[in-house]
Ligand binder design. Structure first.
Ligand code: ATP
Length: 337
């Protein structure tokens, strides 16, 4: 339903977006993920109509929206700073768009009360915005957008101001609301775990270009570039040297791969302690251990001096600090770029 066609954008003679192409399906939870400055907000503002589309076009339901003003685009946006009206109470904030549409008073009341119940704010109608917690403000902002029943809701880092626990909770709530309303979400974030956990598909942007557009599963298991391999999830990264037909790390560990490459990656959970039957084994020393209940993270130094992180999930501790251990993994676990 939303097509981004060959979009490029220059600011001060420098391209911040380069030939961006993708299509978003109706009802999809779609994230645009990238580091700070990669061009995410610029793209979102073009969809919303706040930044002029330079080269390329944007289509909603096959019609170009290039020349439509923001209010005619059937999209709504939840800003990072929420942009709520501080002088109005919760009811008035949520009712704002419907009032502007001049709907009858009793219909506005009915719809506002319905949506407030859905976002868990029943009974908060008369509260002032500054009398709400961060999570409650967030829900008002979302209710205010959802009530307009846009085809597409754009969300620009909407959870970034919340503390960790609330953010975790709101991730789940957002996902549930999105499914319930069946609205297409375009979600901007620099936080890979937010994008991975909530999205149907994620578009990874790096320096203005798409590195990979894929499902969270494929981004994690089949990253197409070294950037995606290091940006998504935890990964062990090795810089490589190719000499005398041998691929080695800078510290001299020879990889069992007869091919030129610049980087190798091995996921921390692919590496085993004291393995039974792994194709590759190395000696390593345990430098430090981080325990968080669900997982244990071991920071190791291999016999060649390479730093390696190993993660086990919900298992008893298998080694202590300063222990000399054997670690192992299979050839398939090594991804090269
Ligand atoms: N109006 C503007 N004039 C000039 N340069 C701009 C303008 N808006 C954005 N830029 C530049 O374009 C680049 C992309 O910015 P953008 O805000 O889209 O990135 P982002 O990925 O959303 O980053 P963040 O996560 O930090 O918000 C940055 O280098 C930024 O400085």
């Amino acid at each position: 339903m939303l097509e981004i066609k060959n979009i490029s954008k220059k600011f001060d003679e420098k391209y911040v977006l380069k030939k961006i192409n993708f299509t978003i399906k109706k009802g999809e939870f779609f994230s645009i993920l990238g580091p700070s400055g990669s061009g995410k907000t610029t793209l979102l503002r073009m969809i919303a109509g706040f930044t002029k589309i330079g080269e390329g076009d944007i289509l909603i339901n096959k019609k170009s929206i290039k020349h439509l003003p923001p209010e005619k685009r059937d999209v709504n946006i939840v800003f990072q700073n929420l942009a709520l009206f501080p002088m109005m109470n919760v009811f008035e904030n949520v009712a704002f768009g419907l009032k502007r549409k001049k709907l009858p008073k009793n219909q506005i009341k009915k719809e506002v009360l319905e949506i407030l119940e859905k976002v868990g704010l029943k009974g908060y109608e008369k509260r002032k915005i500054n009398e709400l917690s961060g999570g409650q403000k967030q829900r008002v902002a979302i209710a205010r957008s959802l009530i307009m029943k846009p085809s597409i809701l754009l969300l620009d880092e909407p959870l970034s101001a919340l503390d960790r626990q609330l953010r975790e909770h709101m991730k789940l709530e957002l996902k549930i609301l999105q499914k319930e309303f069946g609205i297409t979400f375009v979600y901007i974030t620099h936080d890979q775990s937010e994008a991975m956990e909530m999205s149907d598909r994620v578009c990874v942007i790096n320096e203005g270009s798409i590195d990979q557009l894929d499902t969270p599963y494929n981004l994690y298991n089949h990253p197409k570039t070294a950037f995606v391999a290091s940006f998504i999830g935890e990964n062990n990264k090795f810089e490589l040297v190719f000499e005398n037909n041998k691929l080695t790390t800078k510290n001299g560990w020879i990889l069992p791969i007869n091919q030129k490459a610049q980087y190798a990656f091995i996921r921390p959970e692919s590496i085993k302690i004291n393995p039974q039957n792994c194709e590759i084994t190395l000696k390593a020393k345990v430098n430090a251990i981080l325990y968080d209940g669900a997982k244990i993270k071991y920071s190791l130094i291999s016999e060649y001096g390479d730093e390696i992180t190993l993660i086990t999930h919900n298992e008893a501790k298998k080694a202590n600090e300063n222990d000399e251990i054997i670690i192992g993994f299979n050839k398939n676990d090594i991804k090269i770029y």
